[in-house]
Design a protein. Structure first.
Length: 157
């Protein structure tokens, strides 16, 4: 992959904040004409800088106001145990993120639920049914002062 120039960085920053911006408006804001702007966006997509386009929905409006961060300790640190856990978690729509982490725990999950009771059912009936789990620890989010999806686009990439 080539290094990003100033225009590429501007394009990435704008698209992360305003994914539905027209190519003409994007071109105007980065100081190019529409054709080269579209070519640059296509190149950023092909090279993997842009993985996909998405809408960010409001979790509370969709009936899932509860956010929990769930630490999971596995019974074994064998490769197959981790792979099986990851594969099982992929099938759980309540899990928005799954991170293999260093430290006392093995995985950190971000989970949404309709209520604490809904979360309890998720843990008892779905999550802990995954083989290989030794321990689950939950931290509930009380409020969030910052929710950001845009990745900072810095000078050298």
């Amino acid at each position: 992959m080539e290094k990003l120039d100033t225009v590429d960085r501007k394009i990435l920053t704008l698209l992360q904040k305003e994914g539905r911006i027209t190519n003409a408006e994007l071109a105007h804001r980065v100081g190019l004409t529409p054709a080269p702007t579209l070519a640059r966006v296509g190149k950023l997509e092909r090279e993997g800088y842009i993985r996909r386009y998405t809408a960010i929905a409001d979790q509370a409006m969709l009936g899932l106001p509860v956010t929990a961060f769930v630490s999971v300790i596995l019974q074994s640190h064998k490769k197959k145990t981790s792979e099986d856990f990851r594969a099982a978690v992929e099938k759980l729509p309540e899990v928005l993120e799954c991170h293999h982490i260093a430290g006392d725990e093995d995985f950190l999950l971000k989970v949404l639920a309709a209520s604490p009771g809904d979360y309890e059912r998720f843990v008892l009936e779905r999550l802990t049914q995954i083989s290989g789990i030794e321990k689950v620890k939950t931290t509930f989010v009380l409020s969030s002062s910052k929710l950001e999806t845009a990745i900072p686009v810095r000078g050298e990439a």
